[in-house]
Design a protein around this ligand. Structure first.
Ligand code: NI
Length: 194
């Protein structure tokens, strides 16, 4: 039997206790008509391309430009030194995330070569997972935000700058301590790449 993942709301009475809860109940998903997809994209030979701040801004700019030409909504994203995780919702009836990734990866490669990088920048393959339901959405949303701690880059996700964690922290969806230990709903997650 597949264990149910509990999305437990913190009770007002134990607001300041050290009890760990999962801050992303189902109802927080803002429903949009299109399909939602999770991705893991890795740099070639795990070069730590995104340690470089110019590379991070370059990627951000290219993603925004691609969005303006081929719309998609970024539900969550985290940028690590040599890979990224992201979750997108595409317009209704449009499932062509591959085209968007091709443009992003190609444009980024073209752009960064002007900075003296040569050779390949990206792994050809990427992991894709189609989000099935609200619980699946919440699990992948949390997976993305927990990721810097999972990879031991920081001891809690709030300390990693290049993440949509901060957008949702500002909305009160996460506490500052969230993810200092691995959240229960992430322990058996599969098909996420790394
Ligand atoms: Ni990762």
């Amino acid at each position: 039997m597949v264990p149910l993942c509990g999305f437990i709301r913190r009770q007002a009475s134990n607001r300041h206790s050290s009890q760990w809860v999962f801050p992303m109940p189902n109802y927080r998903r803002i429903r949009k008509p299109g399909g939602t997809f999770f991705f893991t994209v890795v740099t070639y030979a795990r070069q730590p391309v995104f340690q470089n701040s110019e590379a991070r801004s370059g990627l951000r700019r290219i993603v925004k430009k691609t969005q303006s030409q081929h719309p998609f909504y970024i539900e969550a994203m985290v940028l690590l030194p040599e890979h990224l995780h992201s979750m997108w919702t595409l317009p209704e009836g449009d499932h062509d995330y591959s085209k968007r990734w091709r443009i992003i990866k190609g444009s980024f490669t073209h752009w960064i070569r002007k900075w003296g990088f040569d050779g390949r920048i990206w792994q050809n393959r990427f992991w894709e997972h189609t989000i099935r339901d609200d619980e699946d959405f919440a699990r992948h949303f949390d997976y993305i935000h927990y990721n810097p701690a999972k990879h031991a880059l920081v001891d809690s996700p709030a300390k990693w700058e290049f993440s949509s964690f901060h957008r949702y922290f500002a909305r009160g969806w996460y506490t500052e301590e969230w993810g200092s230990i691995e959240p229960e709903n992430l322990k058996n997650i599969q098909c996420v790449g790394e």
